[in-house]
Design a protein around this ligand. Structure first.
Ligand SMILES: Nc1ncnc2c1ncn2[C@@H]1O[C@H](COP(=O)(O)OP(=O)(O)OP(=O)(O)O)[C@@H](O)[C@H]1O
Ligand SMILES: [Mg+2]
Length: 575
């Protein structure tokens, strides 16, 4: 809530003006039946046409004035609510950027998309509604009750009886409705999840001819959403007939009792008619109020979901020591000290008792079977995830004591599942270093063996990449990602299976270039290729989350069974 106020503060002038405009509009509306009574009692009944025309003219003028002011208020409140929605969305987006991998895993990216779009729209709607109707309903209620009591207190009692009935029905409906509104939003998350996954993997879907299956999955999720929405809407809809009934019964009662009074000479005809008009206004404002409460209930589900994200403390934030920003990465030595790691929500540690020291400039190959936690291990170095046990040091300082910016400026990482962004090749290359010169860019692309193929494209470095880099081949994509990381001239470079789609010859070239370009850089290469393993300074063999062996390739070839196995499996020549 505090967050909302912070944003709304920017619009305080509009927020202050709006209630006055609403008040004027309400006054213009509620005065009308009084004039009407005047026309009937003093004009029509007395056969005085001048009263009719004069009062009639007032009525028209006042309602035009009310209309104009109402339009101004609509303009102001639309502007405010749209501005508010935009600001809130930016705030939320900004927050999501700060979240760690763990946090994103927790929310799921599909749910974050729903929160950024649908949930924000609902809150935006609430701001609009609040500015237009929230004050209008109670003001109108008060004014109308005031006039009703002024006309005839006894008749006003009938109205008093109707109000508790209405309030009770509103309460009951809300209690049933609220849990459903929450469920609707969650189902919307699931639907978005299905769509997102489908669109990301659309090529796989098509190549396996699974369109029907996917469509069924979508329809199922979509129908579940429909059923929920129908259930929630039914509750809302149920409210109207109840209100209508109460309203009509009260009017009949008023006409009946009022009729007696008119015949008895206690009440004038015009007064009775205006009374009925006021009762309508009272009931209208009550209905409006219940609508508002309903919309609020619905939006509070959305609001909870937004606040949940806004209030999340990124699980990877700068520590106080890190914030002081006094530690610098100079050499790029990495030490694991009895490190263990478990994913949030995971049942067991994926890494256990990992200890080793890496000197500056060393090239370390990390090998092991699939699922042996190679990726998990290297992701700890730039703090994409935090260790859950032991400690990880760079240049003898705990990684948590570095500012995150310092870590990310000096650690280049090519993730196993790397992505490019929509934009030109050059934009993508400069992604981590906006101010890089063309010479620096070319140095990096040459080292990554990407320069030549980039130039072979018609537009060269200005070639547009589609979303996620769809229009380059897998190996080309990997080389662009390597170049992007090299441009940072990192002290520590981590390549997670980054040349798997590149042919061995090109890979060898890249490795040689790396040695020449970044001779002082500490390099971790996760690889399946024996050539790469053999050319490393040392090899770490992981087995099921533990270090099985560590040493020079020549050494391991003699001492490590696991390494021998990997080595020989690739030396085998097929018959
Ligand atoms: N985001 C995640 N959340 C929970 N568990 C995960 C996550 N990522 C990986 N794991 C689990 O951690 C273990 C190690 O996975 P990891 O990706 O580190 O293996 P790997 O050695 O890199 O495998 P590969 O050679 O296939 O890339 C696996 O059992 C996997 O199920
Ligand atoms: Mg991996």
């Amino acid at each position: 809530m505090k967050k909302y106020w912070e944003i709304l503060r920017e619009y305080k002038i509009s927020l202050l003006i709006s209630p006055f405009l609403v008040l004027i509009t309400v006054l213009c509306e509620t005065i009308q039946p009084t004039f009407m009574a005047q026309i009937i009692d003093d004009g029509v009944m007395q056969r005085d046409l001048s009263v009719v025309t004069q009062t009639g003219l007032y009525m028209v003028l006042i309602s035009i004035a009310g209309l104009c002011i109402s339009v101004i208020n609509i303009y102001i409140s639309s502007k405010t609510s749209i501005g508010f929605g935009t600001d809130l969305r930016s705030e939320l987006f900004d927050k999501i950027q700060q979240l760690s991998f763990n946090d994103i895993d927790h929310f799921s990216s599909a749910s974050l998309v729903t929160r950024l779009t649908n949930d924000i729209s609902r809150i935006q709607q609430i701001v609009l509604m609040s500015m237009r109707l929230l004050l209008r309903a109670p003001m109108m209620l008060i004014m109308a009750v005031f006039f009703v009591v002024r006309i005839n207190l006894e008749l006003a009692m009938v109205l008093l009886a109707a109000i508790p009935v209405l309030s009770l029905s509103i309460f009951v409906i809300l209690r049933k409705g609220f849990p459903l509104f929450m469920k609707v939003q969650q189902q919307l998350d699931r639907l978005n999840g299905v769509v997102r996954e489908n669109l990301i993997n659309i090529r796989v879907v098509k190549s396996f001819v699974r369109e029907d299956f996917e469509t069924k999955k979508f329809v199922k999720s979509s129908e579940e959403l429909r059923d929920l929405v129908v259930r929630a809407s039914n509750i809302v809809v149920a409210m109207f007939p109840v209100m209508q009934l109460v309203m009509n019964v009260s009017i009949v009662a008023i006409l009946w009792i009022g009729g007696y009074k008119v015949i008895g000479g206690e009440l004038k005809v015009g007064e009775l008619i205006s009374f009925v008009n006021y009762v309508m206004q009272v009931l209208m404002s009550l209905m409006m109020l219940s609508m508002i409460i309903m919309t609020f209930a619905r939006a509070s589900a959305s609001s909870e979901r937004i606040v949940e994200v806004l209030d999340t403390k990124p699980s990877l934030a700068n520590t106080p020591e890190g914030l002081s920003d006094k530690n610098r990465i100079q050499k790029g030595e990495v030490s694991f000290r009895n490190v263990s790691f478990r994913y949030a929500g995971g049942e067991e540690d994926v890494l256990r008792n990992v200890s080793f020291d890496v000197r500056q400039g060393e090239t370390i190959a990390v090998v092991g079977a699939t699922g042996s936690a190679k990726s998990s291990m290297v992701q700890l170095i730039p703090r994409l995830y935090d260790v859950t046990g032991g400690e990880l040091l760079i240049d003898g300082v705990n990684v948590k004591d570095y500012h995150l910016d310092e870590l990310h400026a000096h650690i280049g990482m090519v993730l196993q599942k790397n992505e490019l962004f929509t934009g030109t090749i050059l934009d993508n290359l400069k992604w981590g270093k906006q101010n890089a010169t063309m010479e620096e860019v070319e140095e990096a692309t040459r080292a990554a063996e990407a320069h030549d193929f980039i130039l072979s494209f018609q537009d060269g470095y200005d070639t547009q990449l589609g979303r996620g880099g769809v229009n380059v081949s897998g190996g080309q994509k990997q080389r662009l990602c390597i170049a992007r990381a090299l441009l940072l001239k990192p002290k520590i470079l981590i390549l997670d299976d980054s040349t798997s789609a590149v042919d061995s010859e090109t890979e060898l070239k890249i490795r040689r270039n790396l040695n020449a370009l970044l001779s002082d850089t500490t390099v971790f290469i996760i690889t399946q290729r024996v050539n790469t393993m053999q050319s490393a300074d040392r090899v770490i063999v992981l087995e099921d989350g533990e270090v099985n062996a560590i040493g020079t390739p020549a050494n391991l070839l003699e001492t490590s069974d696991v390494y021998q196995e990997i080595y020989h499996s690739q030396q085998m020549t097929l018959p």
